[in-house]
Ligand binder design. Structure first.
Ligand code: APR
Length: 239
């Protein structure tokens, strides 16, 4: 039995989806080695060349519909943790893919947005969008073209649901960081926040990260192996 009423917050990054076939950002074959962040992941880049930005996200959205891209055992283990743990489990992901929800996670925040949504810049309404998006796409809510943008948090923009995340970190007993290099704030500060207010902090990542001394325990290995093992330990009451 896992420890009753223990509040768990989990932060995931691109590493958890790497074994599902989705590129990470900062590896030598990562997305930021082939693309300039300024061009495809900033409001200024979008204003300068919206077609380039749409094409970048269209490609990535299309990849989510590839039958070979499926949730891996790490995504499934986190969904199991939410179902079986006798306490609150909040999953905060920096990922814009849909693999956590496809694995069955429900208490989930996409703090950096979602590839499968678009947003109208006039009304601020976000809605599900599975097709390609272009500068001539007509917005469902205002009937005008050129208003839609990917529902992605770009550099220089505020991530979603920060109040809810901060509040849950304040009550957190166990904080787990999975598959993130810890280089992008505010997410990179969550472990320190949780630790200062008394939580145990654990990192699961393929390689050691620079944030190592923020964690009470660091476990290195592929997410598909180390995450299911760690979830088993929580559910057996070890943490
Ligand atoms: N299992 C576990 N960890 C892995 C695996 C794996 N199979 N493969 C890679 N990793 C680790 C890498 O060692 C690296 O530390 O995942 C981490 C991925 O780091 P980044 O590429 O920097 O991705 P992430 O931390 O999610 O980036 C944060 O930056 O560019 C922005 O908005 C974007 O959400 C993204 C944010």
């Amino acid at each position: 039995m896992s420890k009753k009423n223990q509040n768990i917050v989990i932060l995931t990054g691109a590493g958890i989806s790497a074994e599902s076939g989705i590129q990470t950002f900062r590896a030598s074959d990562g997305l930021w080695h082939d693309h300039r962040i300024e061009d495809v992941a900033t409001p200024e880049g979008f204003a300068a060349n919206p077609s380039l930005v749409h094409n970048f996200y269209n490609e990535r959205r299309k990849q989510l519909h590839d039958p070979s891209v499926q949730p891996n055992p790490a995504h499934h283990a986190l969904a199991r943790l939410e179902r079986e743990h006798d306490g609150n489990v909040l999953l905060v992901t920096q990922n814009v893919d849909n693999l956590h929800e496809r694995a069955g996670s429900k208490n989930l925040i996409h703090m950096h947005g979602e590839l499968n949504k678009v947003r109208c810049e006039n009304s601020d309404n976000a809605f599900t969008w599975l097709d390609n998006l272009g500068t001539d796409t007509v917005c469902e809510c205002c009937g005008v073209s050129g208003n839609l943008r990917p529902h992605i948090v770009w550099f220089g923009e505020m991530p979603f649901a920060m109040d809810e995340i901060q509040h849950t970190l304040d009550q957190c007993d166990l904080f787990i960081s999975i598959g993130t290099s810890g280089q992008v704030y505010p997410a990179a500060g969550f472990a320190q926040h949780a630790k200062i207010q008394g939580a145990k902090t654990v990192e699961l990542n393929l390689d050691p990260t620079m944030a190592n001394d923020t964690f009470n325990e660091s476990i290195h290995g592929p997410a598909s192996v180390v995450v299911p093992e760690f979830v088993e330990r929580i559910l057996s009451g070890e943490h």
